[in-house]
Design a protein. Structure first.
Lengths: 321, 325
């Protein structure tokens, strides 16, 4: 493959997205532990390069299906962090008017068709959106579904991979191989080391990529997007990563040692790996981070200033009137 | 008016809606080869001039339902068919978590306009995996609508409304309906979802039914008439939403109620009807509501055992006699 030369501008954008996710998640973690955030939250810290790299290869009108660990996907696809924060705080101005929260966050205006509280619930939704776009609407939009290693053991994975391959649907299956299915090590319940191996069973490409390297992820996604857009069908991308945080904020993590996790984070932090490539000077990366930190501080301020949804309208949207 | 079978009338509804709106497509297992489990899609693709809009699905019920949800969110109006209602439990997440809740959870973003057609009920010795009536399961889920037609004309009008409707609709069609004949209007018409009809006017007792039970109730009412009992038959048409106003008006008029369905009696939709009548029209009741349905048993295959699970006109007649005594 031809080596891609990245402009400073492209590199800046990638770093800014990753840093935005990092500061967003740090804020959510802090506020959730402080008891300020209602509901259940799952963090994406350490996995930022995957959502960022994949979404950088997409157009705004392409569609993504996300997971319970969905803040990173939402930010990477281009959602407004103020409205995201307001949603997670359960406010009226949130993306879903407070009805979804962290686990059901969505922004249809940018093709983010929703986080999903059901593990493995997104594959066939993405396949359906792809079917609509390809077979009936006859446009060239592609769909991406993100999923974890635990979700790869759902039967829905097989059904979606089979239809996507059979009908050459423009879907990209992006596996975030973070080694933990909730509190269970991935290999304790699966005898297949690489989820991408399963692609062979559907006669589609299965690729492994370093999920900590945003450029590598972008390049793998770009190839998959080109294949999908040109009508050749789906690709399974396995991005190797590690879940740095607990399964959810507040997870006692009795199943692993904190110091081991910290060591892995130090070695694989995607922001640090980006900096090591020296595409941008450290001073510029510092500036970007300062800007992101400030944007997130303001997003929280915005969320706090907004009101909760009007109780009188809480039945709104159960049905279309 | 002309005489058509239910199968013909609903086929026409599909054809008309697919011609009217290019975003409508049909997907099911075996929808092309034999035209679906009841042959009710034969030649549909050719008839609408677009065979790409009638899709044979793999035996993957979760993919069929969830892909319809995803396609609906992307702007399509899928009509999917489960072949038999007993395939529904295979894809409960897709129906009750994804289809039902997406619009609400996402604060009104996206519409899940899709129809899930489900042939159901006892036909002939198909056993416990092909005969359940599961409407009460889905009437319990906010976000879904549940429609159960009773005749060819009703099927056509309700199916057209279900397809045009912007909500996910579970459309139960009793398997014995497909061969039923009846008068169907020639002109374009739809039947609103959520509005019951008085299928027969009466003054002594209200028989509240839906789906295949409507013709059985009308048959019972004829027999009762000969015995001097004037029975009113209410066809609910839809059980979610359901038309409380029409039901309560009938109850207030007659003061005696029989609720009947083919689904098992325990926790069946009759329980909701009966409880609501008790809560809101207790003072009008002359005797307690009687509800009838199948015994609490998986439907057995052996013919004489299967017969014990049917709710037939004779059961309605004896229930009416109980409320009159």
């Amino acid at each position: 493959m031809e080596k891609i030369v990245y402009s400073k501008e492209q590199a800046r954008e990638l770093y800014e997205k990753m840093a935005t996710i990092r500061y967003f998640e740090a804020c959510i973690k802090h506020d959730s532990l402080a008891g300020e955030i209602p509901g259940f939250v799952h963090l994406y810290i350490g996995e930022e390069a995957i959502a960022t790299g994949v979404c950088a290869a997409l157009r705004q009108d392409d569609m993504i299906e996300s997971t319970h660990r969905g803040h990173g996907h939402c930010i990477a696809k281009g959602a407004d962090v103020n409205r995201m924060m307001a949603e997670i705080y359960g406010k009226e101005t949130g993306l879903c008017q407070g009805r979804g929260g962290s686990m059901h966050i969505a922004d249809f205006s940018i093709g983010m068709l929703g986080a999903n509280g059901v593990v493995g619930g997104g594959y066939n939704l993405a396949a359906g959106a792809a079917l609509a776009n390809k077979a009936v609407l006859k446009n060239d939009k592609v769909s991406v579904v993100f999923f974890g290693d635990g979700a790869s053991n759902r039967g829905t994975f097989h059904e979606a991979m089979n239809v996507a391959s059979a009908w050459k649907l423009p879907v990209i299956f992006v596996n975030e191989m973070n080694c933990w299915a909730s509190t269970t090590p991935y290999r304790a319940t699966c005898n297949v080391e690489n989820i991408s191996d399963r692609a062979k069973g559907y006669h589609i490409p299965g690729v492994i990529v370093d999920g900590q390297d945003v450029f590598a992820v972008y390049e793998a996604a770009k190839a998959a997007v080109e294949r999908a857009r040109s009508g050749e069908g789906p690709t399974l991308i396995e991005a190797k990563t590690y879940r740095i945080e607990g399964h959810f904020v507040g997870d006692p993590e009795l199943y692993r040692k904190k110091e081991e996790t910290l060591k892995i984070f130090q070695d694989t932090d995607p922001l640090r790996i980006f900096r090591q490539k020296k595409i941008l000077p450290d001073a510029e990366c510092n500036e970007i981070e300062a800007r992101c930190e400030e944007a997130i501080r303001k997003a929280k301020e915005y969320a706090l200033s907004c009101s909760y949804p009007d109780a009188e309208s809480f039945m709104k949207y159960v049905y279309v009137d | 008016m002309s005489i058509k079978t239910y199968k013909e009338a609903t086929w026409e509804a599909m054809k008309e809606e697919m011609l009217r709106d290019p975003s409508v497509y049909a997907m099911a297992e075996d929808i092309i080869g034999n035209g679906g489990s009841m042959g009710h899609y034969i030649g549909l693709g050719q008839a609408v001039g677009d065979e790409n809009r009638v899709l044979d699905a793999p035996i993957s019920e979760t993919a069929i339902v969830a892909s319809a949800v995803g396609a609906a969110l992307a702007g399509m109006r899928p009509v999917i068919d489960m072949r038999f209602s007993n395939c529904l439990p295979v894809c409960m997440d897709e129906l009750t978590n994804q289809a039902a809740k997406s619009r609400y959870m996402f604060g009104g973003q996206g519409k899940v306009h899709m129809v899930v057609r489900c042939p159901d009920g006892i036909m002939k010795m198909q056993g416990a995996h092909h005969t359940d009536c599961l409407e009460a399961w889905f009437a319990h889920v906010p976000g879904l609508q549940v429609v159960i037609p009773s005749s060819p004309a009703e099927g056509k009008g309700l199916l057209k409304s279900a397809i045009r409707n912007d909500n996910p609709v579970i459309f139960f069609e009793h398997k014995t309906l497909f061969k039923m004949e009846g008068e169907v209007p020639e002109e374009e018409y739809t039947i609103p979802i959520g509005k019951a009809r008085v299928a027969r006017d009466g003054k002594d007792v209200s028989i509240i039914v839906y789906g295949v039970m409507v013709s059985r109730a009308l048959e019972a009412a004829k027999v009762l008439e000969q015995e001097g009992v004037s029975a009113e038959v209410i066809d609910l048409r839809t059980v979610s939403p359901w038309d409380k106003e029409t039901v309560l008006a009938s109850v207030r008029k007659t003061g005696r109620v029989v609720v009947a369905h083919e689904a098992v009696r325990q926790c069946g939709f009759g329980a909701e009807l009966s409880a609501t009548i008790g809560e809101e029209a207790f003072a009008s009741l002359k005797t307690p509501v009687v509800r009838i349905g199948a015994p609490f048993v998986p439907i057995p295959m052996s013919p004489h055992l299967e017969d014990m699970c049917r709710t037939l006109p004779k059961d309605i007649i004896s229930a009416v006699k109980r409320v009159l005594s």
